[in-house]
Design a protein around this ligand. Structure first.
Ligand code: FES
Length: 107
């Protein structure tokens, strides 16, 4: 089973099992990982599931769709080159071991 590691702004890290077909957002919320709000429930309409993907993992990610790109323009914490919406990242074997950092705030 793939794992995903979430790193809080204070550096605290937590690694959890992730089910295929789930998303990086759902894996966090179902495992009570702090720092992801996910107000819209995963529809790329709120930008409160913003994460920073560790740079060495960026090449493994699926390409960004236009709606995700647009929503990343309204994140509460600054958008960076490694910003993604975690609800748009489906858990696949390619993403096993993914490491993401949570932003300071989602709201
Ligand atoms: S949960 Fe709303 S954009 Fe990801």
């Amino acid at each position: 089973m793939p794992t995903i590691t979430y790193i809080q702004p204070d550096g605290a890290a937590r690694t959890v099992d992730a089910e295929h077909g789930s998303t990086v957002m759902l894996t966090a919320t179902t495992n009570d990982v702090d720092g992801i709000v996910a107000e819209c429930g995963g529809n790329a309409m709120c930008a409160t599931c913003h994460v920073y993907v560790e740079p060495e993992h960026l090449e493994r990610l699926p390409a960004m769709e236009e709606d995700e790109d647009e929503m990343l323009g309204s994140t509460a914490s600054p958008r960076k080159d490694n910003s993604r919406l975690s609800c748009q990242l489906e858990v696949t074997e390619e993403l096993a071991g993914l490491v993401v950092r949570l932003p300071e705030t989602q709201l």
